[in-house]
Design a protein around this ligand. Sequence first.
Ligand SMILES: *[C@@H]1O[C@H](CO)[C@@H](O)[C@H](O)[C@H]1NC(C)=O
Ligand SMILES: *[C@@H]1O[C@H](CO)[C@@H](O)[C@H](O)[C@H]1NC(C)=O
Ligand SMILES: *[C@@H]1O[C@H](CO)[C@@H](O)[C@H](O)[C@H]1NC(C)=O
Length: 357
Amino acid sequence: MRKASRTLPLGVLTVLLLSQVCSGIKWLALSHTPASLHINQTLHCKQLAGMVSSQAQLCRSNLELMQTIIQAAREVKKTCQKTFADMRWNCSSIDIPADSTKYSPDLERGTRESAFVYALSAAAISHTIARACTSGDLRLCSCGPIPGEIPEPGYRWGGCADNLHYGLIMGSKFSDAPMKMKKAGSHANKLMHLHNSEVGRQALRDAVVMKCKCHGVSGSCSIRTCWRGLQDLRDIAMDLKTKYLSATKVVHRPMGTRKQLVPKDIDIRPVRENELVYLQSSPDFCAKNDKMGSVGTQDRQCNKTSMGSDSCELMCCGRGYNPYTEKLVERCHCKYHWCCYVTCKKCERIVERYICK
Ligand SMILES: *[C@@H]1O[C@H](CO)[C@@H](O)[C@H](O)[C@H]1NC(C)=O
Ligand SMILES: *[C@@H]1O[C@H](CO)[C@@H](O)[C@H](O)[C@H]1NC(C)=O
Ligand SMILES: *[C@@H]1O[C@H](CO)[C@@H](O)[C@H](O)[C@H]1NC(C)=O
């Protein structure tokens, strides 16, 4: 008997093509999780948006961690938008909808912007977990270890170090999971996303600073208790923004026995561990283009006196801008009263602002 030839209906084909995209940051859709959902049962894992199967498995085996991961997704969104508030691309594409049918995977195209988002996401998830260990939100981890070296005179180790080690292990397990799947996405994109995630984690390791508290009679600070803490995510994001601005374009090429990412420019060298890499050039983000993840800069506020990326010239792409006035209400003429309160008056000030045509 002859086998009936099977043709896939168009709908199935579309689904197959979509699943070819490596949705490594779809978990950021977790930022939409209602604050009222208290994750304490494995069946809650099904209600969460954007996770691949191995991430859902991690959810079921470590429910307690999920609350922290959801918080990390919110942090990524907030921090990305703040960090890029003065740029034409203002991180608008990061708002990954919980409804996967509305998902437009422009951040999966392998651009410089996606490089930044992957690096920030990887850093943020480990950062949030490391801090959650310190604040006692997680039962499976606590403070980081006390450093081995002997502190300087007048200093002693104490307090509670951020648990970077645990943060890095659990964070990478979760955020790298989509790129470790066999099927999803092209090899080149997966390599790019994994590399940039590692750059983000390296930026986090570089953000360990010594934090101290003073002790001694009436604030004399004769002895300081110190621990290893992490800088704020905002600072790490600024570091990654610098790396974004100097990111390297790469191509996927055979190197030895395997295909690797190598810089596109002529000087032959391997990709460096601390540089962000991208495969595709970005548009200029001046005009609206949904496919490219560009919302355009029309109606964006610009700064007439700035010389930087938020200047009206650069932000408005030469289209010009319109002024408008805004009334600011500020506290002023503040007076200190003995003892102990301050009274202020309210002053109004008119400021001129500009938005792009
Ligand atoms: C889960 O959390 C909710 C809200 O805090 C609580 O009402 C419920 O009893 C908890 N369920 C279990 C199984 O612990
Ligand atoms: C980004 O820019 C678009 C277009 O001007 C604007 O609609 C959106 O509110 C901006 N997003 C943020 C987070 O500022
Ligand atoms: C505009 O840019 C100038 C110079 O960088 C800065 O001092 C000022 O605070 C900016 N104004 C606004 C409204 O952001």
